[in-house]
Ligand binder design. Structure first.
Ligand code: FAD
Ligand code: UDP
Length: 385
């Protein structure tokens, strides 16, 4: 087979979940697919690896797969078996650990029995059992007693955590963000209510390896696509020559154009990993620090993965505003009108270049979960096919 650019029909930039599903799907049509990944590993932010003590850690923060879409679950199940578990999170509120999302169990921990019984009845009458109420909606309720619960939840679960995570109050950020963690009129202590949830049995990285293991896929890690490709007026250049196959870009859109209109704002995180020579640190996979500390949460990995080991590794997450400095990683798009306008200006630069597709959390500037990325990648490749 010929070397160089004529060898490939399609180029995918980024080997995260979006890029890897897309690569696999195009490869299965018979296309020769090149995947360029700037990091020295595949998997994007889902990447996991054993640390020096043999504990499987998620290098870019805790990732739990959860979905109500059987199609997303079935798709990934081609490449992995699952360690199935219902993920639970507790908040540390002045030393007491209470279930999050705030639910009827939490209500009974926070209020004494008689009051909790009365409030529970009110909530069920107002919203019905097994419903999900966004905190900002609950705060607007006409009943002052329901607003009192809402104020408790707002003050003790949302305000400080959101200030740390976003540098803004819950009212200032897009309501869909706090809507991800509603108040649950339910006794379900799980963080997610979707029917499919768990972890790839042997970890995410082996799942990605299986996905990308296809004779039509070539993966080049340690390769910033911007060094090999350029996106000009109306064409794509690859290794100096025109490339007319499809290109799927999953990186930040502004960086494709040297941030010429200014940077798209993101929130980033510093991960502070610590190994402890003890069997257990916090007895829970994730503890959110909702009224104290500079970090948002502590994850203890063995409770996510089910790993048995004499020691344990934890990670604290410290949020900050992404500046684009060397080594910083953009994790969370900040949804608001101004940022979306800026995003659209960049997107317009691609209007005249045929066959370039934007896919993924960064390229689409959206707060997507893994399952949404799987489904979007499947839909996009169906369209391309
Ligand atoms: P990414 O995983 O970011 O992959 C993009 C890839 O493109 C990266 O590997 C990057 O290096 C590469 N790239 C970028 N630019 C270039 C370039 N110029 N050249 C070459 N390569 C390039 N989702 C869940 O469903 N459950 C969770 O529990 C969960 N937890 C999360 C926790 C944290 C802290 C974060 C930040 C996210 C979490 N998510 C979770 C979301 C999940 O990480 C994303 O949905 C998913 O990883 C997005 O995949 P992606 O392929 O779009 O992006
Ligand atoms: N949130 C909060 N307190 C919590 C959990 C979540 O204030 O204990 C808010 C916060 O603004 C956060 C958002 O809800 O950014 C979404 O939470 P999620 O756990 O989905 O965030 P992710 O895991 O994606 O970082």
């Amino acid at each position: 087979m010929k070397e160089g650019k004529r060898m490939f029909n399609s180029i995918i930039i980024g080997a995260g979940i979006a890029g890897s599903v897309a690569a696999r799907e195009l490869a299965e049509t018979g296309r020769k697919v090149l995947v360029l990944e700037q990091r020295d590993h595949i998997g994007g932010n889902c990447y996991d690896e054993p640390d020096e003590h043999g504990i499987l850690i998620h290098k870019y923060g805790p990732h739990i797969f959860h979905t109500r879409e059987k199609r997303a679950y079935d798709y990934l199940s081609r490449f992995t078996q699952w360690y199935e578990f219902g993920h639970e999170v507790v908040a540390n509120v002045h030393g007491a650990l209470i279930p999050v999302p705030f639910n009827l169990n939490t209500l009974h921990m926070v209020y004494e029995k008689e009051k909790a019984d009365a409030l529970e009845k009110k909530l069920i009458d107002a919203f019905g059992m097994e419903t999900r109420v966004p905190i900002l909606k609950l705060r607007e309720h006409k009943d002052p007693e329901i607003r009192q619960i809402a104020d408790y939840v707002y003050e003790n679960i949302f305000l400080h955590y959101t200030m740390k995570q976003w540098g803004q109050t819950p009212e200032e950020i897009d309501p869909s963000v706090t809507g991800r963690v509603p108040v649950l009129i339910s006794y379900d202590n799980r963080y997610f209510q979707e029917p499919y949830q768990g972890m790839p049995l042997k970890g995410y990285t082996p799942m990605f390896e299986a996905m990308l293991n296809h004779p039509n896929i070539t993966v080049q890690t340690g390769t910033d696509a911007r060094r090999r490709m350029s996106f000009t007026e109306d064409k794509v250049l690859f290794d100096g020559g025109p490339f007319s196959g499809e290109v799927i870009y999953t990186g930040p859109l502004d960086e494709l154009f040297d941030c010429r209109f200014g940077r798209l704002p993101y929130r980033s995180l510093d991960f502070d990993f610590e190994y402890l020579d003890q069997e257990d640190y916090q007895g829970h996979s994730v503890v959110n620090y909702t009224v104290s500390e500079d970090f948002t949460r502590i994850t203890e990995f063995k409770y996510l993965t089910g790993q048995k080991a004499p020691g344990t590794t934890i990670v604290r997450e410290y949020p900050f505003a992404y500046t684009g400095a060397e080594g910083e990683i953009p994790y969370y798009a900040i949804a608001n009108e101004e940022n979306e306008k800026l995003y659209d200006r960049y997107k317009k630069l691609l209007d005249r270049i045929p066959n370039v597709w934007l896919l993924g959390r960064l390229a689409e500037y959206k707060y997507y979960n893994i399952d949404a990325m799987v489904l979007k990648a499947l839909r996009l490749t169906e369209k391309i096919k």
